[in-house]
Design a protein around this ligand. Structure first.
Ligand code: NAP
Length: 541
């Protein structure tokens, strides 16, 4: 890409400040440099990788196939990197991100161990004043939050955690050194994607593992394994079209063609066959869009729930345990559809016990272990797999103030409002990569991140070419997007479910659907249309 035609004239220290050195921040830096911008990344950790750096519990893998869950911006990179497994481990993804940082010499503009505590827009000079935890400040024309959607841990909200005399671990912030659980009595609290991945590994090591389950999740087996080199080569030979399809034609940023039929357009036997085919492919994203009404029709969704329940019953030896593991009365995929390796089978082991918190809730953590309503369970270690303050958590952790000192936290008191999930009215020149109201967590994050970063880079280039320096969402543009995003989701089963997608896992968090359900393909068309028609819904000067 050619450089921005006109160098921006301003009195700031830098042109663009990027917060976070994960997948989004790294690519934003790459594109900013291409534009000739003076860019700096500020990263609170001591390494690149964001969530994939901090989040390193044993068993962690991505639920999108490695060859899709990777950058597409560099043909050389995607041809030379070799993924070893269908679904990569955290370790391999982190190695990849470190490799990208080296290959594109990104580290020299990344300030590690630098936590940003505030970012205030100055109405007088049109610059962002960004303050680091150590009190230093930097001023920048553009301010980009690349802080991730699942990066701020949610408090478990259980009394007495500090009283426990054994060891406590959080899947969201796992120790750098491997932890040995052999011979230990271990408790795991939490049964979302993280719990479901860590439980089978801990069960292999622990003397005894007790799983405390409040709400079960639906999970599909990964059928993970080494990548067949011939398959990888064919895909690499066709990467251009493969990536185009993911970006432009797919719903979730993963090349998969939905049947585009209602679950009731086919016979029960055919429906079962379709589910089974996708189940055996190890493809949760594909499974949830097997039929076009799975996420809109209760009856259609129940057919998928019945299918998975049947699989769980076949895997779990004890029928009572199987019934506890089946999410009765829940819709499939309105909470994250998980992907596992041997999760249900783990409950057939002699050293594993499942405890339902529905019947016997936790009263508090005590020095010896966990006191539930009916008894004390003693442990050496407790593992919390209790999740994140998703999507808005990282954005609101920084004291962000826009025009006339308006605070983002105040503006979003009743829930996030944003234009396309990328810009917020009254916060000029601030961009939120995969922000609330964009496909983000409902999609392959690499695809959504590249889309946003490209949009931001092209927008800044456009400003330069037109002799402008500033862009902000108009209030109307923001209102229109919020109305559109709400309308699309209102036709689905998502708002009927308590999930982190709805902010329901964090006490006091407003109930607002945090993503955009209209599909990566449609969303991208809208983004392109806005950019290609002079940014309607935005104000430029
Ligand atoms: P999560 O899906 O929010 O699950 C948290 C679990 O902890 C839930 O079962 C929740 O139960 C339970 N919990 C929370 N507070 C509790 C308490 N006080 N007492 C008892 N149980 C409590 O979090 P996560 O598993 O970390 O996953 C978050 C997201 O990260 C996923 O949905 C996914 O998008 C992403 N992720 C992806 C992968 C992957 O790619 N394979 C792996 C890990 C994470 P309730 O539901 O009853 O609140």
């Amino acid at each position: 890409m050619s450089k921005a035609h006109k160098s921006f004239e301003h009195e700031g220290d830098i042109d663009i400040a990027i917060i976070g050195a994960g997948i989004a921040g790294m690519y934003m830096l790459y594109r900013a440099r291409e534009l000739g911008l003076k860019a700096q990344v500020y990263e609170q950790g001591d390494e690149v990788g964001g969530t994939w750096y901090r989040n390193r519990y044993p068993g962690l893998r991505c639920d999108v196939e490695s060859m899709d869950y990777s950058y597409s911006f560099s043909e050389e990179l995607q041809q030379e990197w070799k993924w070893s497994e269908r679904f990569s481990t955290q370790g391999e993804i982190l190695r990849y991100l470190k490799y990208v940082a080296e290959k594109f010499d990104l580290r020299r503009d990344i300030n590690f161990n630098t936590r940003i505590v505030s970012a205030h827009y100055n109405d007088e000079n049109g610059l962002w004043r960004i303050k680091k935890e150590n009190g230093e400040t930097v001023t920048s024309l553009y301010y980009v939050m690349a802080t991730g959607c699942l990066s701020v841990p949610k408090e478990p909200n259980i009394n007495g955690i500090d009283d426990f005399k054994g060891n406590i671990y959080y899947t969201t912030d796992w120790p750098k050194e491997p932890v040995d659980f052999s011979g230990k009595r271990v408790a795991v609290i939490g049964n979302g994607s993280s719990g479901i991945q860590v439980i089978p590994i801990l069960a292999e090591q622990a003397q005894h593992l007790m799983v405390f389950q409040r709400t079960p999740s639906f999970s599909l087996p990964a059928y993970n394994g080494p990548i067949d080199p011939d398959y990888a080569q064919v895909l690499k030979d066709n990467y251009t079209e493969h990536r185009r399809f993911a970006r432009e034609d797919s719903i979730g940023g993963i090349p998969f063609v939905s049947y585009d039929k209602s679950a009731f357009d086919v016979s029960p036997a055919e429906r079962w066959r379709v589910y089974n085919e996708l189940y055996q492919r190890g493809a949760p994203f594909a499974f949830q869009s097997a039929f076009n009404d799975l996420l809109t029709s209760e009856d259609a969704n129940h057919t998928a729930a019945d299918f998975i329940a049947d699989k769980i019953r076949r895997k779990v030896n004890d029928p009572d345990v199987a019934e506890m593991l089946i999410p009765h009365g829940q819709y499939v995929a309105t909470r994250r559809l998980c992907m596992d390796t041997g999760y249900y089978e783990t409950f057939n082991r002699d050293n594993v016990t499942l405890t339902s918190l529905k019947h016997t809730p936790i009263e508090r953590i005590v020095p010896e272990g966990i006191q539930t309503l009916d008894q004390l369970h003693e442990f050496d270690c407790i593992v919390f797999a209790t999740g994140y303050d998703a999507v808005t958590g990282a954005l609101l952790r920084v004291d962000i103030r826009g025009k006339e000192g308006l605070s983002l936290a105040e503006k979003w008191e009743d829930g996030p409002r944003s234009n396309m999930g990328i810009m917020v009215a009254d916060f000029p020149n601030m961009f939120t990569i995969t922000g609330p109201g964009s496909p983000s967590v409902l999609s392959n994050m690499f695809v959504s991140i590249e889309n946003h970063v490209d949009w931001i880079a092209n927008c800044i280039k456009y400003l330069g070419e037109h002799g402008n320096t500033h862009i902000a969402s108009s209030k109307e543009g923001e209102a229109d997007w919020v109305a559109h995003a709400n309308e699309v989701v209102s036709n689905t089963l998502f708002p009927k479910t308590n999930s982190w997608y709805m902010g329901a896992n964090v006490p006091g968090k407003p109930r607002v659907f945090l993503a955009y359900i209209g599909g990566v393909n449609n969303y991208r068309k809208i983004c392109d249309q806005v950019a290609n028609s002079g940014y309607p819904g935005f104000v430029i000067h």
